[in-house]
Write a protein that binds this ligand. Sequence first.
Ligand code: ADP
Ligand code: ZN
Length: 219
Amino acid sequence: MYIILLGAPGAGKGTLAKMIEKKFGISHLSTGDILRDNVNRKTCVGNQAKEYMNNGKLVPDDIMIQMVKGRVLEEDCKTGFVLDGFPRTIEQAEALELIFNGLNVTIDAVLNLKASQETIIERLSGRIICNGCEVIYHTENIPPKFEGKCDKCGDKLYQRDDDKKDVVKKRLIVYKTRTKKLISYYERQNSFYEIDANKKADEMFVEVCKNLEKVGKSG
Ligand code: ADP
Ligand code: ZN
């Protein structure tokens, strides 16, 4: 099964993608996670991407497209994947079409996570992430059992550099000017679904599963 998640930063793409990964047994491909991993390991891509990310800007399309092209060929993508954070521009969407053609597969669902401005700000400002397993928590909505510590692996929780207020503002502007256009790009397809992302994660997941069952992919 092949799924694309659309939605503003903080709409809940990462959390939902992890739930889909678990239930449907497909890989969660988060370009943000892949980039952060590259930044930490100081790879060539990581060094190039760091400045853009810390300023809330998009990493250039050619870097992103190469990255995704390589990633989807890995073994764990054989039975499908859920894309989180890609595509983010029309150029990326066009490149993705070619990637899917190359794999000889079609998109099963494009899920557009629609959240209000208030929801987005509230989620991003409270978001904390596990340094080890990248599980997402929220200081108020999904607190860990022990402050600052991951329930699953015990590693330290941290706030992303780009979740600081001034960078969040920039990311939301980038979303509005570049990424939002993807809605009209995909909306014509019958595999497009709008999801109310103001709901809690598990309620949102129920809605998503209903839609996936409609396309006969109940897992
Ligand atoms: P969010 O969706 O919450 O903004 P991500 O973790 O998906 O966060 O992305 C973090 C940052 O990584 C983005 O602000 C951007 O700099 C970079 N990035 C991730 N995916 C892409 C992409 N497809 N194209 C360009 N830049 C990207
Ligand atoms: Zn963890």
